[in-house]
Design a protein around this ligand. Sequence first.
Ligand code: AKG
Length: 383
Amino acid sequence: MDSTLVISSPLEGARENHKDNGDAFSHVPFLKKKETSTLTNFIWPKEALVKAHEELREPLVDLDGFLKGDVVATQQAATDIKEACLNHGFFQVRGHGVDLRLIQSAYDHMDSFFKLPASTKLRAKIRPPENMWGYSGAHANRFSSKLPWKETLTFGFHESSSGPVVADFFKSSLGMDFEQAGAVYQKYCEAMKEVALAIMELLAISLGVDRLHYRRFFQDGYAIMRCNYYPPCEEPGLVFGTGPHSDPTSITILHQDQVGGLDVFSGNKWKTVRPRHDALVINLGDTFKVLSNGAYKSCLHRAMVNKETGRKTMTFFFSPREDKVLTPPEDLVRRDGTRTYPDFTWSDFRGFTQTHQRADSDTLPNFVKWFQDPSRPPADLYD
Ligand SMILES: O=C(O)CCC(=O)C(=O)O
């Protein structure tokens, strides 16, 4: 299904106010001849395309004091995080200890990758279901409607005794020219995992449970790392870079360039997120919502595109090891007096997002309904 998008003219009506009425999208790298999707595959219903008109006032949490063991700073960070997670599941952190030169270097390699000819990028193409890592143009190999206006490079990360998995992925799927890129992303993922575990500790403090509970739970966790490139779009008001969704994973650590485009749903409306070059964006996903017994929100967010400037972001989606049962800490359940979700593993939930429902705002409730349905076929049919 990957070959090329037929440049038909579904946007002709929408384009009529634009001087450039020709192939407004023909510069987009994933819109080349012979692909199978058409531009209609990118368009979202009007009701979904509401604009954000105000900026989110999320806390900018300083991790420096916590990382140095300062008790007062730790309590302040946990208090800020608690408020953000009760409200919308979103905050930014600075003082995170990640070298900004490493972040810049990751962007430089991402730039070089996305500028490559399509034929080279396609050497690392995602081939589902057996291979979920690699390059994708608009996820057109998995879906056919409401496609995201973006190109992505996705790979997995976990600590492994058999070697550096990210560095190995770059060498094996893209070749030795990408050895340096692989080394940088290996380091980047290791650094993100450190930040993720620090946040897990603060989340535990904020929930008033054993401060090491989540850190231990996620110590052997798995991550999916994704580089997103959102090309400029002639009709930014008709498409999304990434449609509205909550991440099914536990926490996401995102770095965005200075272009802007990330929106968060908070207080019943969409709000823009101001990019901060020295900060990392943190959003909670569905799995952490389950681990907090439903106390914390899974952040509903989306990415917009714009007409003039391409945008780049890097997302590190962190989850527990696949076979771990997602049970909230006992203290929390005792305090709440009840369990909000049934026992299931990250693998059960991830499988559902691969085979039944792509991530959107209702993935978790729909999963729970499906999971508890006694008539559903055994899970291995979906593997
Ligand atoms: O790139 C962004 O701003 C958001 C990315 C995102 O939500 C995702 O990749 O799931």
